[in-house]
Design a protein around this ligand. Structure first.
Ligand code: ZN
Length: 160
């Protein structure tokens, strides 16, 4: 069975940057399960998976524009510490959901100086060229219920 829209795909993967550093891997965990064509995967990887079948192994290099985007310096902002009311100690690396004009976005604290906090709304992998090693473990039809929910049920997916 070939991967196409609404197929449920399970796969093993290892993600490295251009320096060969492993950024993420499914090794030692359950394979990842996702529904193809629902925007779950970054575009470059989804495109590479299209038409593949169970047992296929391949490598693909995904440029930032087809991955987590290119860095946008406008997404770096300095805000008042008071905006984080309720958080006792702000530290570099903490992540928060922020309400912006474009909806909810994840921001990462990159600096804390006095009562000024620098937050960065870029994805941590923005501007990174992604090298995926992928092995397709399984491909199956999604159930009607999964298609309605827009996500995978059972192993590697939602348990509900
Ligand atoms: Zn569901």
């Amino acid at each position: 069975m070939q991967i196409s829209k609404h197929k449920v795909v399970t796969l093993d993967y290892t993600l490295t940057n251009d320096g060969g550093e492993v950024l993420d891997t499914s090794k030692g965990q359950e394979p990842l399960a996702y529904m193809h064509g629902t925007g779950f995967m970054i575009p470059g990887l989804e495109k590479a998976l299209e038409g593949k079948t169970s047992g296929n192994s391949f490598s693909v290099t995904v440029e930032p524009r087809d991955g987590y985007g290119e860095r946008d310096d406008d997404l770096v902002k300095v805000v008042e510490q008071a905006m984080f009311g309720g958080v006792e100690k702000l530290e570099v690396g903490m992540q928060f959901q922020a309400e912006t004009d474009d909806g909810i976005e994840m921001v990462t604290i990159t600096a804390v100086e006095g009562d000024k906090v620098t937050v960065d709304g870029n994805h941590p992998l923005a501007d990174v060229t992604l090298n995926f090693g992928v092995q397709v473990v399984g491909v199956r039809e999604a159930s009607q219920e999964e298609i309605e929910h827009g996500h995978v049920h059972g192993a590697g997916g939602h348990q509900h």
